[in-house]
Design a protein around this ligand. Structure first.
Ligand code: SF4
Length: 328
């Protein structure tokens, strides 16, 4: 690993001032960044420790939750308000990584983690437009079992690896940001960029801007919500597909619904087309299948991941059958 300097900061303002400097990277739990440094994918000159940022979880005036950027993933999953009001978030976090990693990883770090594409992680021998713009993409004709079927581009088909962010996407989370020109709040749905012709740009963060908190609005889906993850082994594996879903029912029909998918796109994928097709309609397997056909009409599978289309349809249908059944 290339030698680097380590600095602690006292505030988000200090961290922003340092983050604009060449070669400076923010360090939360380090569960992804340090791995990337060991592999030579990341070679920062200086790490800026931002674990002094808030690690509080509190209720907002509007009845939602505000989760500090430095809150550990395990603390979010175990928090009584999260478990009671946002159970899909708790389940999504517990479906990810290992207990040790969840104890170290922070909320902001989870949002900012990089793809686990094998070629991105192999600077010695692989071409990767995300790591080195313009160099090519070895995943297109290579091992693409874990890659995207929606939202990819001719330059990159990497997937976002987070479980937590899939639930946050379904819950309409918003990201609080602080930078040298002030603060702003960005819906998570607008936080990530699709790769297009610049897959090295993954978020809308400006230079020096840092995440200070994640806000979740009140949810009425606690009773009928779920996070289901399908993977190659039972633990410590990334999703082939995952589904975060929340449903409210009225008179036997779907009154409202939130659906987001993981493992199938360069960002946590909000299934707005499927939601629109299902809202107000019957909760039947036929309706679920038709909605997923609409959502996946633009799917572009590759040789190694074509199975994801059917797997995602079946997983989503199974989750929705379970959620829309009698809960009395
Ligand atoms: Fe790189 Fe994206 Fe291609 Fe993977 S899919 S090799 S991250 S450009």
């Amino acid at each position: 690993m290339k030698p680097f300097a380590y600095r602690r900061t006292a505030s988000s303002t200090d961290a922003s001032s340092l983050a604009v400097l060449e070669g400076h990277k923010l360090l939360g739990g380090g569960t992804n960044l340090v791995d990337l440094m060991r592999k030579g994918v990341e070679q920062p000159s200086t790490l800026i420790d931002v674990t002094m940022l808030s690690s509080d979880i509190g209720e907002t005036d509007g009845g939602g939750l505000l989760i500090g950027a430095a809150t550990r993933n395990s603390a979010v999953a175990a928090h009584p308000l999260v478990r009671a009001q946002y159970p899909m978030l708790s389940r999504a976090i517990l479906a990810g990584a290992s207990a040790q990693i969840r104890n170290m990883a922070t909320v902001a770090g989870n949002l900012m983690q990089r793809t686990r594409c094998a070629y991105f992680n192999d600077p010695a021998a692989s071409r990767c437009n995300k790591r080195q713009p313009g160099s090519g993409c070895d995943a297109m004709d290579g091992f693409n079992r874990y890659h995207a079927i929606l939202g990819g581009s001719p330059d990159c088909i990497a997937t976002h690896p987070s479980d937590m962010c899939v639930a946050l996407m379904a819950l309409d989370a918003r990201v609080h940001l602080s930078g040298n020109s002030g603060t702003r709040i960005v819906p998570l749905a607008e936080f990530y960029r699709l790769p297009g012709d610049s897959p090295d740009l993954e978020t809308v963060l400006n230079s020096g801007e840092i995440i200070t908190a994640v806000e979740i609005p009140p949810s009425r889906f606690a009773q009928r919500s779920a996070y289901r993850k399908v993977r190659d082994r039972a633990s410590y594996a990334f999703a082939l597909v995952s589904v975060a879903a929340g449903v409210s029912m009225r008179d036997g029909r779907i009154e409202d619904i939130r659906l987001a998918f993981g493992g199938i796109a360069p960002k946590p994928w909000r299934a707005l087309k499927a939601e629109a097709a299902l809202r107000g309609g019957p909760a039947t397997p036929e309706a679920f299948a038709a909605a997923m056909d609409i959502e996946l009409a633009d799917a572009r599978p590759f040789a190694g991941n074509a199975f994801k289309v059917e797997l995602l349809k079946r997983t989503t249908a199974a989750v929705l059958v379970e959620l829309t059944g009698d809960k009395s």
